[in-house]
Design a protein around this ligand. Structure first.
Ligand code: ADP
Ligand code: MG
Length: 400
């Protein structure tokens, strides 16, 4: 890893342009979940401890280059003040004057960057105006790093740049999972559809030792092997693609694990009458909503013999009890192995995080990424412009 951290920078007396993600959910002008704000506190405090003056740069919503008062960061300001436990100045007009007026101990928040058309265009002129406000650039917004915007990309090339603590933690976790992992590495990929995770599957089969496929997408793979999946969610037009992925895995020495038993029902509903059957016994009028206990036992064997686990996507329709059983059991197993020091476990994805939380397993995972799109693009082996601009090579690049 070649990017710098706050530890590598001399921040004393310097204005530190700090890109953060405080795009928090709000209702009636009030923040309803301050998690994202809480997570940037260590970076802000560290900059201050090193004598620096944090100038926070952030976006809110999608105002598309126009001033939209409801999307003003002034609404987020009270929650930021509370999280930091100090006064925060807000710049919505003359940014240069606001920056110039800062003295030791001050924090400044700049108005929603996306009010300016230059932000999302990665406009060098806009980046130059931002750069003139500070001396050092610190990016703590991994979740925005998959976008080449002025505050995530162009600006990083204009000033001495480093990663903030949250960015550093995220990159270290992803690096340990996919960049330079301890082997064997297992990946769980589940969720609804193969078509939304093609790039992910394609990259993982060349990187991991075991690929456990679950959820609706397992049905597509089963169908590609000629197994009847009844009326299950399955993309029958993706059969060829599934076969190619299995062939690629074979060449790369990656073992693919598909369900060996299934939980079927007639209704896509919680508590619907259901049966656990051998994978090849799905009735024509049934839908598969979960993997069965024999599959969970096999997954457990893979977890036990692995040193690293990457997880994206639930193993079944986890929102509907009891079709969360396989996801819950596997999640708890991964959490226990991690707590015992036997496994490095990294998970991400909106529904995945919800499922691991519901299973009571999330807090024992080594790292849970809340970065959404940026997490997936990293796992797909793509270059993240915001990481590349920090001088770090992007790990997990696709082969061939
Ligand atoms: P993430 O948000 O973590 O990337 P996805 O959005 O890809 O995950 O997948 C989650 C969705 O997949 C959930 O809504 C879940 O109900 C659905 N799903 C999982 N298994 C099945 C299945 N067998 N049939 C239908 N839907 C499923
Ligand atoms: Mg989802």
């Amino acid at each position: 890893m070649t990017w710098k951290t706050l530890d590598d920078m001399d921040l004393n007396g310097k204005r530190v342009l700090t890109r953060v993600d405080i795009n928090v959910p709000m209702e009636n002008g009030r923040v309803t979940d301050a998690t994202r704000i809480d997570r940037i506190v260590p970076t802000v405090k560290d900059i201050q401890a090193k004598g620096g003056l944090p100038i926070l740069l952030a976006h809110y919503g999608r105002p598309k280059g126009q001033v939209v008062p409801e999307m003003s960061l002034s609404h987020v300001l009270p929650a930021l003040v509370e999280a930091l436990g100090q006064k925060v100045a807000f710049a919505d007009g003359d940014y240069a004057a606001a920056s110039g007026a800062m003295t030791a101990g001050d924090v400044l928040l700049v108005e929603n960057l996306r009010f300016a058309p230059g932000e999302e265009k990665n406009d060098p002129g806009f980046a130059g105006r931002l750069a003139s406000l500070g001396d050092i650039y610190c990016n703590d917004a991994f979740s925005a790093a998959h976008r080449a915007h002025a505050s995530t990309e162009a600006l990083a090339r204009l000033l001495p740049a480093c990663a903030g603590r949250l960015m550093q933690a995220e990159l270290a976790a992803l690096e340990s999972a996919l960049g330079d992992p301890t082997r064997p590495v297992a990946a769980v990929v589940g969720g609804a559809k193969v078509s939304t995770k093609l790039d992910l599957l394609g990259n993982l089969v060349s990187k991991v030792d075991h690929l456990i496929i679950g959820g609706g997408m397992a049905n597509t793979f089963l169908a590609a092997q000629g197994v009847n999946v009844g009326k299950s969610l399955a993309e029958h037009d993706m059969t060829g693609t599934a076969q190619q992925i299995m062939a690629k895995a074979d060449t790369a020495g990656c073992a693919i694990h598909l369900p060996v038993d299934i939980v079927v029902t007639r209704d896509f509903a919680a508590h619907a009458a259901n049966q656990t059957l051998h994978v090849e016994s799905c009735p024509d009028d049934a839908i598969i909503l979960d993997a069965g206990p024999a599959t969970v036992a096999r997954i457990s064997d893979v977890f036990t013999t692995s040193k690293t686990l990457i997880w994206n996507g639930p193993l079944g329709a986890f929102e509907l009890e009891p079709f969360n059983a396989a996801t819950n059991a596997a999640a708890v197993q991964a959490a226990e192995l991690t707590a015992a020091g036997a496994l490095v476990s990294v998970a991400g994805g909106g529904d995945t995080v919800a499922a691991l939380n519901a299973a009571g397993a999330a807090d024992r995972f080594t790292y849970i990424s809340t970065a959404g799109g940026a997490f997936l693009e990293w796992m797909e082996g793509k270059t993240l412009p915001g990481v590349a601009a920090l001088g770090g090579e992007t790990k997990g690049e696709t082969d061939g």
